[in-house]
Structure formats: C-alpha cells, structure tokens
Ligand binder design. Structure first.
Ligand SMILES: O=c1ccn([C@H]2C[C@H](O)[C@@H](CO)O2)c(=O)[nH]1
Ligand SMILES: [Zn+2]
Length: 138
C-alpha cells in the first residue's frame, strides 16, 4: 500500500506522471459550452493511476466535473483509495478542484492523501476542513 501522510513525504509521489495523466485526460474533455477542458488524475493506494475529464451537458447543471469521471474510473478499474491528486486546465496549469469535487475526493481519500494545488502540496484536511463524511452517518 502506498501512503504519503504528510506534505514532507510528497517526494514519494510521481507528481510529473500525475500531471501528464491529467493533461492526457484533459484532452478528452467534452466542453462545447464552457470551452474549459479539465483533466484530473490520482494515484491509488495500490499504485494505479486513474484519471478523468469533464463531460458537459446541454442542461448545464448536469455537467460532470473531471473528478466525477475519475471516481468512476477508480471503481471501474478495481476500487481502492486515492493517495495523491492533481488537476489541470486547458493550458496544463494546476487547477483547484471545485467544492463539490473536494467532497467527492474526501470520500475516497487514503489516509494522508495529498493534492497538488495552486499554492503547493496540501492535505485533504487543508482544502476541505471539518468535512462531512461517511463517519457522520449514524
Ligand atoms: O474542479 C473542477 C472545476 C470545474 N470543472 C469543469 C466543470 C465545467 O465543465 C468547467 C467550467 O466550470 O470546468 C471540473 O471539471 N472540475
Ligand atoms: Zn467539480
């Protein structure tokens, strides 16, 4: 199992590989409305890289963020938890996951999951403090 529990351990994460996978996924985006392609990639706790792109819809609110597609791929390719996450826009620049996607990622985080953000490598707790999760369901 791969676990990087603090930002100090982030050198264990193949960030370049994740960003390359996110960029490849971004090129598959379906974005006729926003024209804003997004790609996301994550390392799983058994060493896979899963990725996703945004898929928009004529009913704009039904748009799937890249992270939705990533979580779907996580399950379709064997499940597990996410150890590290990276997300890019159409220029290949690091992008912050939206609020809804932070919640999606929280559900499938491995302990100590790290995110590459516009302001450096952060923990899930830093980007979604005091999160609601399955542990709160009685
Ligand atoms: O974390 C995010 C933020 C935005 N988008 C997509 C949704 C929409 O298609 C486009 C513009 O918001 O970017 C994502 O895929 N992930
Ligand atoms: Zn989102």
């Amino acid at each position: 199992m791969i676990v990087a529990s603090t930002p100090a351990e982030s050198e264990l994460i193949p960030w370049d590989q994740l960003t390359a996978a996110a960029t490849a996924a971004m090129r598959r985006a379906y974005v006729p409305y926003s024209k804003f392609p997004v790609g996301a990639a994550a390392l799983t706790d058994d060493g896979r890289i899963v990725s996703g792109c945004n898929v928009e819809n004529a009913s704009y609110g039904l748009t799937l963020c890249a992270e939705c597609s990533l979580v779907s791929q996580l399950h379709m390719t064997g499940g597990g938890k996410l150890v590290a996450f990276s997300c890019v826009d159409g220029d290949g620049n690091t992008l912050m996951p939206c609020g809804r996607c932070r919640q999606l990622l929280y559900e499938f985080r491995a302990p100590g999951m790290l995110l590459l953000t516009v302001s450096g490598i952060k923990t899930m707790d830093e980007v979604l403090p005091d999160a609601f999760g399955p542990e709160h369901l009685a």
